[in-house]
Design a protein around this ligand. Structure first.
Ligand SMILES: [Zn+2]
Length: 285
């Protein structure tokens, strides 16, 4: 029996930048040592499993760590686009969204010589209020999107949600994130942040039922060999420190489980980058 195939992706961003910006820390944009450490661990794990992934690269993280993109390309992974500033699409205007895409594409082209054709929205934020985003993506030259996640945690997502990859009216392809629909419940099984919540056999069972070419996504921080620490400046307030500690605790749970869960998934499924799936479907369509 052929092994089923899942699509493997990494939302390539610096958790430290994002959590510091969220709590309002003055040093939020600074590049720390964590993303390099996390990327090394992630690339080593993908080499060990002999798989390639799509890295949806966030422009602002790439500018702070230009050397990391070179390492990702050298190891044969696909470069996609995660936008530039990680602002939810439904909070942007159409023109603002186009400008964010162009800024990210410029950074990615300058650092890798490649033009990304795949897009993943920050926090899956192409909602019903922002379904114009698909037209903008097509106009900006994107061939596929992977921003649809039929998870109870994503409010107002585009309906009806579909399980399988499909062509959108705008012309580009959509690759939905893996969701296990079990007796009326929707269990998001595609994201490494959820893998800590499910015993491995249950996770595998859910992925087998998620639909053809369902998508998986990880973040570099989920592979960090060291506990996460937002490294706020000494001037941070008690409230900012408490907020950051809560975020660290949430993410550290996922961090401990992700490598083992991905190894178990790779034993059962073929894992391919999104671009490979797109070439198969688009070539055959
Ligand atoms: Zn993100």
């Amino acid at each position: 029996m052929p092994r089923p195939t899942l699509l493997l992706s990494v939302d390539f961003e610096d958790w430290h930048q994002l959590v510091r910006r969220r709590v309002g820390a003055s040093n939020w944009e600074e590049a720390g040592p964590a993303l390099a450490r996390e990327t090394d661990a992630l690339l080593a794990l993908l080499d060990e499993l002999d798989v390639h992934a799509t890295f949806f690269v966030l422009g602002m993280a790439a500018r702070a760590h230009p050397e990391l993109l070179e390492a990702i390309v050298q190891r044969g992974h696909e470069i996609g686009c995660h936008g530039d500033a990680h602002r939810p699409v439904h909070t942007q205007t159409r023109d603002g969204f186009a400008a964010d895409l162009r800024a990210a594409k410029t950074t990615i082209r300058e650092l890798t010589g490649r033009t990304p054709v795949g897009y993943r929205a920050p926090a899956f934020s192409i909602t019903r209020a922002a379904d114009w985003a698909f037209d903008v993506l097509a106009q900006e030259g994107f061939a596929y999107d992977s921003s649809q996640h039929d998870s109870p945690a994503i409010r107002d997502h585009v309906v009806p949600a579909k399980r399988a990859p499909h062509r959108l009216d705008a012309g580009l392809w959509e690759f939905p994130v893996a969701v296990w629909r079990a007796r009326g419940a929707k269990i998001p099984v595609g994201g490494a942040s959820y893998w800590q919540l499910l015993p491995t056999p249950v996770l595998i069972n859910g992925l087998e039922r998620a639909g053809p070419l369902a998508g998986l996504y990880l973040h570099p921080n989920e592979l960090d060999p060291e506990p996460l620490d937002a490294m706020l400046p000494p001037t941070a307030t008690v409230a900012q420190k408490a907020h950051a500690k809560l975020r660290e605790a949430q993410r550290n749970g996922a961090r401990r489980r992700a490598p083992g869960a991905l190894r178990a998934i790779a034993q059962r499924f073929d894992l391919i980058p999104y671009g490979e799936a797109h070439a198969r479907l688009d070539g055959g369509a």
